[in-house]
Design a protein around this ligand. Structure first.
Ligand code: NAD
Length: 499
């Protein structure tokens, strides 16, 4: 059986005694085993990072940017290989894996301009003979703990910025699809980053706890489900680290009576069922405003869902593939049963879906619920599968209140031709990322990504300038160059002012 090992100090570390199963979601079979490490493996990675980081931080930013340029070119060169590797463990279709890699690559492109964004601020003559300037310095060693659903994009959100600004970085990817981050670490070495600057340690809670408690790791970025995000945030902060921890989601799509329904159905099909619904920016809840809109939307959604093709991840005609593993399939199907038990109307049931020739694969057919209400547990919680829930609203205000009151606040979308309604919605909704006729409003790399409420703990977003702020600390220098006399007559025992 193939073993996926830690990647430390520029090579593979075979020290593991514990392993986890990595499945092929298309066949349901175990395809590899991933090493599960703990304190000693992490200590080895931290030691290598400590050795490499000071020289990397002292490398001028333009040279660090050149490594990013090289890395970008290598990812483009290996796009097909990476996409197949990603799909084979995650189950998303190849085109979607390329999108996953591309969105990460865009962060690397942002990092190619790092010399510009690292420039500090300067005030000449803040006082008599006094100049004030600031600089952004790296933190030292950063760590990332990432979820299974974007094994290329999310690691690159984190390590791209962290490394470009001068840190060493240790990533602990999801143990369900760990291969792509290892390959990215190899490509980073090939791009010219010194050994120890990007390392991969595998593991489960034991490794996560070791990272959170390690005194030589200064900052931790986490993306995953909310309960674990909250735990990581609290434990990391208690250990004195800077922590950003992104959590789960339940994104709503509001459909106003004037929306272009054909466009909405097309957008919803992709946003609710693409990647089998395993996206934190998926749209699993649709809120038609007014009974007429609800009936028309439902009537169009049913045939659109019947036309969806579920297939293996290398099927170029498939709209989406299997979910990541058997446990997740059972969980999603359990939520469908909960919806039925709670009294929602199950319009299309995707349970029991079997793909011919791949009967053991982790497939779930597209599922539609109507008349879902806010008191239902299946509405309150994240399902993270190919399940779309219709929650009907009578008015704009009622629709606006739904995502605003929900425990999660990652993304939301409104579909309308009315600019005033869209503007009002964007300003008032209590959610971090808003789409206006855009179903999946993931911000571009030079803006920043982050939800509100239980979708994010900590106060700094991923990538863009917020990422640069997260992975650096500001130093501010107040300098005086006297003209030759000693002092200026001010009382040295009083707090200095510029007055
Ligand atoms: P997860 O929370 O199960 O795992 C995330 C990471 O935490 C993994 O690396 C895992 O090894 C680790 N982990 C798991 N259990 C742990 C424990 N008990 N203690 C410490 N660490 C533990 O999440 P997942 O299933 O891999 O990913 C899906 C979740 O991630 C969904 O909730 C999704 O909404 C969320 N997500 C959020 C965003 C965002 O930006 N807000 C983006 C992508 C995914």
């Amino acid at each position: 059986m193939r073993i996926i090992d830690h990647h430390i100090a520029g090579g593979f570390n075979h020290a593991a005694t514990r392993h986890g199963d990595v499945f092929d979601p298309n066949s349901g079979q175990i395809q590899a085993r991933v090493s599960l490490g703990g304190q000693s493996v992490l200590d080895a990675a931290v030691a290598a990072a400590q050795k490499a980081q000071p020289a990397w931080a002292a490398t001028n930013p333009q040279r660090r940017a050149r490594v990013m340029f090289n890395f970008k070119a290598l990812i483009e060169k290996h796009m097909d290989e990476l996409a197949h590797m990603l799909s084979a463990e995650h189950g998303k279709v190849i085109a979607d894996s390329k999108g996953d890699i591309q969105r990460g690559l865009e962060v690397i492109e942002f990092c190619c301009g790092i010399p510009h964004v690292l420039k500090g601020e300067y005030t000449q003559g803040a006082g008599p003979g006094i100049d004030v300037y600031s600089m952004r310095q790296p933190l030292g060693i950063g760590a990332g703990i990432t979820p299974f659903n974007f094994p290329a994009m999310i690691p690159m959100w984190m390590f791209g910025v962290a490394i470009a600004v001068g840190n060493a970085f240790i990533i602990k990817p999801s143990e369900r699809d760990p291969s792509v981050p290892v390959r990215l670490a190899e490509l980073m070495l090939e791009a010219g980053a010194p050994a120890g600057i990007l390392q991969v340690v595998h593991g489960d809670k034991e490794m996560v706890d070791a990272i959170l408690d390690h005194p030589d790791i200064s900052a931790v970025s986490f993306v995953g489900s909310s309960d674990i995000a909250h735990y990581v945030y609290q434990r990391g902060v208690a250990a004195g680290k800077r922590v950003q921890a992104m959590g789960g989601a339940k994104n709503h799509g509001i459909v106003m009576p004037d929306a272009d329904l054909d466009q909405v159905v097309n957008d919803l099909s992709g946003a609710a069922f693409g990647s089998a619904g395993e996206r934190c920016m998926a749209l699993p809840v649709v809120v038609p405003v007014g009974a007429k809109t609800a009936e028309a939307l439902r009537a169009k959604m049913i045939p659109a869902m019947a036309a969806l093709r579920v297939g293996i991840s290398t099927d170029n005609d498939a709209h989406y593939g299997p979910v990541v593993n058997a446990a997740h399939k059972t969980r999603v199907e359990g939520w469908i049963q909960t919806g039925v038990d709670e009294g929602a109307e199950l319009v299309i049931d995707g349970r029991g879906f079997k793909l011919q020739g791949h009967e053991e694969g982790f497939f779930i057919g597209p599922t539609l619920f109507d008349h879902v209400t806010t008191t239902m547990q299946s509405y309150k919680e994240e399902i993270f599968g190919p399940v779309l829930q219709i929650v009907r609203a009578e008015t704009f205000e009622e629709a606006l209140a739904l995502p605003s009151a929900h425990q999660y606040g990652n993304g939301v979308a409104i579909f309308t031709r009315n600019g005033h309604a869209a503007r009002e919605f964007a300003a008032r909704v209590n959610v971090g990322m808003v789409g206006i006729n855009v179903p999946i409003p993931v911000p571009v790399a030079y803006h920043s990504f982050g939800g509100w409420k239980r979708s994010a703990f900590g106060d700094t977003n991923q990538h863009g300038m917020e990422g640069v702020r997260f992975w650096t600390k500001t130093k501010t220098i107040t300098a005086r160059w006297p003209d030759g006399g000693i002092g200026d007559g001010a009382n040295a025992f009083v707090i200095p002012t510029m007055g």
